[in-house]
Each structure stands twice: as structure tokens, then as C-alpha cells.
Design a protein around this ligand. Sequence first.
Ligand SMILES: NC(=O)c1ccc[n+]([C@@H]2O[C@H](COP(=O)([O-])OP(=O)(O)OC[C@H]3O[C@@H](n4cnc5c(N)ncnc54)[C@H](OP(=O)(O)O)[C@@H]3O)[C@@H](O)[C@H]2O)c1
Length: 293
Amino acid sequence: MLQRQLGTTGLSVSALGFGAGAIGDLSISDDHATRVVHAALDHGVTLIDTARSYGASEDRIARAIEGRRNRVILSTKVGYGIEGAADWSYESVSRGIDEALAKLKTGHIDIVHLHSCSEEVLRAGEATRALNDAVHAGKVRVAAYSGDNNALDEAALSSAFGSIELSVNPWDEEAIDHILWRAKDRGLGVIAKRPLANAWWRHEARPDRADVATYWERGKRLGLPSFGMSPDALSIRFTVYTWGVDSAIVGTTRPESFGALALAIEEGPLPDPVREHIRSAWRNKMAGARGVV
Ligand SMILES: NC(=O)c1ccc[n+]([C@@H]2O[C@H](COP(=O)([O-])OP(=O)(O)OC[C@H]3O[C@@H](n4cnc5c(N)ncnc54)[C@H](OP(=O)(O)O)[C@@H]3O)[C@@H](O)[C@H]2O)c1
């Protein structure tokens, strides 16, 4: 598995990461969640991304990586949901980090993101200060922001963060021209979330979930050809090899996903005409479309 530097953070991450949102769902058993994490590790995935709001995800990751903690770059997200503390307050962020340390059963977390807070919250500075205090206390290695659009711009240009997480895939390209090069110019790490556009093509009819429905509508509108490959291969190769992306974190509940995606990544970047077709289709047909948070 291709390994890359996460910007200038000093961390090295696998080009394919694991977005562990879906394995927090209690309809999946603990054992199955462990199998998914082990499959990721066995395929050379070293970056695992979770969040306070992802159900049992943090607990399950801790269990699955027991004995292998030092081979994993752990990323989580905080800022809300702390009893007795207002969301995005200093206390909410710092207690969120302490609770994540306990759940993940680790002495430090490699990357902690503010989880899609608004630009106003970022400008107020309290949440960012709490996160950076945790870095100075040695609890967190990299302070980061996960989100999109105006708030992402604010975060990326603020000098308060070492890394960002944003949506990138063939149906979500606005950030590529707009913020990616500026983030790299500042040495930020870049983690691409939703690298498969939530596999919108699996739905015959418009799905109920708003984020997936947005991609489904974009998919129909853009009407990209298959270019002789499966949509997941097209999407992961597009995202992983977008200039500036250090790692693409795929969400999956199936251990076999990692092998298929790793093989696609081994094929290398999409041929230039394919990439150019995808980029110009976006530019010509999706003016004004923003990142799916
Ligand atoms: N605001 C935020 O901070 C934010 C928002 C969204 C996501 N994220 C992060 O990004 C991660 C990934 O995003 P995501 O899960 O929403 O979207 P995603 O990775 O683009 O898509 C996930 C979907 O792709 C399917 N899939 C996985 N591997 C596949 C393969 N080889 N072939 C075909 N389909 C496949 C999964 O289904 P199966 O389970 O059946 O494999 C799932 O339905 C999340 O887990 C989370 O860590 C963060």
C-alpha cells in the first residue's frame, strides 16, 4: 500500500484509509467490526478515521487494534455532545478529547478534527484553542478540521490546523480548484472523505438520505461513462490521485472492500483523457455546486 506524508505534520499515512463511521452501527456485531478493521490493516491501511458521533466506532477500533496501536494513525473528531458543556465550547472540545483517549484506550491521538463546526465557531477561537492546548499537552499530535465550503476555507487559511478533511470524488470537485492548492501551499495534510461518493450508483431510485441523494442527482446529471471500469475503481483512483490528497478514507462494512480498492489503486492514476473528461464534465455542468458536508 502506497504510503504518503500527511502534509508537513511528520505523520506518514496510507493512500487508502478507513473511514470507520459505519462500523459504529449497532446492527453490526462487535466481531464483524473487528473483522473489517483487521481486513483494513491486513491490506496495509494505516489511517483509521472515527468520530465521537459514530456510535460504537471508537470502542470497536480500540478493541480491534489492541496490540497493534503503534502501527495505526488514529484520527477522531470532537466538539459536541458533552453533558453540561455547550457544543464547541472549550470544555466540550477538551473533555471530548479526554473521552476519546479513554475510549480509544491510547495515551495520544494522532489527529483530532473539529467535526464540521461553522466558520463562526472557528472565528470565535475557543474550540480551536482547546484543541491546540491538547496538542501542547501531548494528548494530540495534529490539530485538524473536518468539513467543507466556507468553514473549510476559514480553517485552511487560519494557520490553526495542521491537517484538513474534506469531500473529494468525481461528483464532488469544487474544493479541488478552490482550496486544495492553497492548503498544500501552507503544508497542510489533506484527507479526502466520501471518496466513493457514498456509492450512489448502487441505488436504483433516488435515495432518502440527503447526502447520498445529492450524489445520486449529480451522478445522473454528469452522466459519466464507465471508462471500462467499475464505478468504485473509477472513484477511488480519481480521489487517491488527485493532486494534494494524502489519503482517501473509504467507509465500508465489508472486509472484502479493501482488497478491491487496493487493487484499483495499484492500477495507478486514471489515464489523462479520463481524468480530463471527469474534470471538464464537472466544470461544464456543475457550476455553483458545493462540497457535500
Ligand atoms: N463531516 C465529516 O467529517 C464526514 C462526513 C462524511 C464522511 N466522513 C468520513 O469519511 C468516511 C467515508 O465516508 P462515507 O462512508 O460517508 O462515504 P464513502 O466512503 O464515499 O462511501 C461509503 C459507501 O461505499 C460503499 N463501498 C465501500 N467500498 C466499496 C467498494 N469496494 N465497492 C463499492 N462500494 C463500496 C459502502 O458500502 P459497504 O458498507 O457495503 O461497503 C458505503 O455505502 C466516513 O466513514 C467518515 O470517517 C466525515
